[in-house]
Design a protein around this ligand. Structure first.
Ligand code: BYC
Length: 314
């Protein structure tokens, strides 16, 4: 018996647009435009890379955590970030991307990871600031992604956000211990806020007028809010937290405007430079990532050999 002819391209495109308009989830076996697939692979890969490179600034502090309790929390947090990377690489694979190819592109500097991880964590207070500000910014960006139109990415984000919210709270708690501590500890906390505030604002990406991908990503239901909208939400949520800690946001132009807080100008030249590979730690982060990948070759070989011998268990 002859199979019915597959629907023609315009019909597929119309059906896809109708599903997006109806806020339905797109699943891996569904038809999708090439651009939608490519955009998701780009964003999910960049997100996955950010999670695993993001293990470095905090991972460097595991051996120097100030107590056993702080060390146990930090080990768990850094391990969570590795897990987030794994969910995200798996989500990219559902789109037909090859995980080892994505890692090659990261290692060759041909795919990005978040600019924030190219800044150094020079004191214990930086670990607290990363949890409070970097995970705080990440949640603000990622909660709307739980409603992303692509099912596997949205579902990965639900789990990631639960863990990130614990990370943010532990960062805020660690920061509050320092802020209420000795004058030296308060100085450390303020210094960390001074150095992480502006890079955290840059995490949300370029301003709306200079964000080439936003309009299409929002039309496809991948992004739900613009970069500036999410940045504003983060500022509004975080300024009162800094006040509660008795810390000063390093922005003389910061002011209240009705229900919002308005910041001074972000230095977008710095953002572009860090994206181009010229941040304080770009080279160091990439070199450490490549070294970790090479050191892990035996694990991948062992897993592949096991999978070949025991196909049912793979
Ligand atoms: N850093 O048109 P735009 C974490 C790129 S990890 C580097 O606005 P889009 C955590 C952008 O890719 C948090 N690049 O792009 C882990 C684009 O370049 P291409 C990571 C950036 O995609 C460990 C170009 O600039 N979170 O939570 O619509 C410890 C133009 O931008 C950045 C995610 O990845 C940046 N900051 O929007 C602790 C979330 N910003 O690709 C915490 C998922 C922009 O055209 N990603 N670029 O060459 C997103 O939501 C979006 O991709 C972005 C950018 C909002 C980041």
């Amino acid at each position: 018996m002859d199979r019915p002819a597959p629907p023609a391209q315009p019909e597929l495109e119309r059906e896809f647009s109708e599903r997006i308009a109806a806020d339905e989830r797109i699943e891996p076996r569904d038809w999708m435009p090439d651009g939608y697939r490519a955009t998701l692979v780009r964003q999910i890969a960049q997100h996955a890379h950010s999670e695993i490179v993001g293990m470095q600034p905090e991972g460097n502090w595991i051996t120097r955590a100030p107590s056993l309790r702080r060390k146990a929390i930090l080990v768990a947090k850094v391990q969570d970030e590795a897990g987030h990377g794994l969910y995200l690489y798996s989500a990219a694979e559902t789109l037909g991307a090859d995980r080892s190819r994505l890692l090659d592109l990261l290692h060759e500097g041909r795919q990005k990871y978040s600019t924030i991880f190219n800044y150094p964590a020079t004191s214990w207070a930086d670990v607290a600031a990363i949890g409070w500000l970097v995970d705080g910014a990440a949640i603000m960006n990622q909660v709307p992604l739980t409603r992303c139109s692509y099912g596997p990415y949205a579902r990965a984000m639900t789990r990631v956000c639960k863990e990130e919210s614990f990370h943010q709270r532990q960062g805020f708690e660690a920061m509050s211990v320092l802020a209420k501590g000795t004058s030296a500890q308060r100085r450390m906390a303020q210094d960390a806020l001074d150095r992480w505030w502006w890079p955290a604002l840059m995490m949300f990406g370029p301003p709306d007028g200079q964000s080439p991908n936003s309009a299409q990503s929002m039309a496809w239901g991948i992004k739900r809010f613009s970069n500036d909208e999410l940045r504003q939400r983060f500022v509004d949520a975080t300024v009162p937290q800094a006040e509660h800690l008795g810390l000063q946001i390093p922005d003389p132009q910061l002011h209240r405007d009705g229900e919002h807080y308005r910041t001074g100008e972000i230095d977008w030249t710095e953002f572009q430079e860090v994206m181009r590979g010229n941040g304080p730690c770009n080279r160091q982060r990439l070199a450490a990532r490549v070294r970790a990948h090479e050191d892990g070759a035996w694990v991948r070989e062992a897993a592949a050999a096991y999978a070949e011998k025991h196909p049912a268990a793979a």
